[in-house]
Write a protein that binds this ligand. Structure first.
Ligand SMILES: N[C@H](CCC[C@H](N)C(=O)O)C(=O)O
Length: 277
């Protein structure tokens, strides 16, 4: 069977996007790993799948798979590409699109300048995937990693994130610490690992070693989690510009249970077809 797809990216975090509303296919984890390979396959950080909604109040179901084949709860850069894709493919004409994900509902707003804002819901600081106390004075936690004691903050945007404050993202030991923290036993579902440098109260630099994909040029949920932790610790104030290796996002969050809003670009690179095994 030939599977039609579109290659897209959000600040260099790249995706294979597949419409399973007008196509029918089952893409197994092994096939995802093959397709994700940057030499033997198409190459991507995540596979994004568009399906009909299960909840009648939603427009689509948005499913996300990492390059290692694992299905996950959310992908922020992917959400912006999802919005552009469903409109480009005429699956909807709406400018405000409601999608259901494994991590909860998202609302996508496509602006005239083709930037997309995503209501990511409220950050969570002590969900089951992040078993750490999160009362008011527990804003940071220690983690023993490879003989050293790390100070981390944790937040979930549907998917789990650990945030490590560093003096310089350029000097941060992302390649060494990223995998060690991702697979640390304290994280029952593994974890995405953000390295955050505070530039000012409205600006950070960030690198993210992503669960299931490794370091990416940008991570939308990682940017949201870093800003949420920074605001909660009094280091940051909304709005915050997040500079990632692939470009910048704007994150707004007024705290508490109010939703966190992420705004940024979404680009289409090419359309293709690939035989599925
Ligand atoms: N690696 C993430 C999923 C993709 C998140 C990222 N690409 C984004 O833009 O939010 C996880 O395992 O939770």
């Amino acid at each position: 069977m030939l599977l039609h797809f579109t290659k897209m990216h959000g600040l260099g975090n790249d995706f294979m996007v597949v419409d399973l509303v007008t196509q029918r296919a089952r893409i197994e984890a092994e096939e995802i790993r093959r397709l994700a390979d940057r030499r033997f396959g198409i190459g991507f950080d995540q596979l994004l799948v568009v399906e009909p909604p299960r909840d009648p109040d939603m427009d689509f179901r948005y499913r996300i798979y990492n390059a290692d084949g694992s299905e996950v709860e959310n992908c922020g850069n992917g959400a912006r590409c999802f919005a552009r894709f469903v409109r480009d493919k005429r699956l909807t004409h709406k400018r405000q699109i409601r999608v259901e994900t494994a991590g909860g509902p998202l609302v996508l707003d496509v602006h005239d300048d083709e930037q997309v804002s995503v209501d990511m819901g409220a950050p969570r600081f002590a969900p089951p995937s992040l078993p750490f106390e999160a009362d008011e004075d527990r804003l940071r936690h220690t983690l023993e990693v490879d003989g050293e004691t790390l100070e981390i903050a944790v937040a979930s945007m549907g998917n789990p994130h650990a945030v490590i404050k560093v003096d310089s993202v350029d000097q941060a030991p992302v390649e060494r610490l990223g995998p060690l923290v991702e697979h640390h036993p304290r994280f029952p579902k593994r974890v995405n690992v953000g390295f955050m440098q505070v530039v000012s109260s409205h600006e950070i630099r960030l690198r993210v070693f992503e669960r299931g994909s490794g370091e990416t040029l940008a991570c939308g949920t990682g940017a949201c989690a870093a800003v949420a932790c920074g605001i909660r610790q009094g280091l940051l104030e909304s709005p915050v510009t997040v500079h990632l290796p692939g470009g910048s996002l704007t994150i707004r969050w007024e705290g508490g249970e109010r939703p966190l809003i992420m705004t940024g670009p979404a680009e289409r690179v090419f359309d293709g077809r690939i035989p599925l095994r």
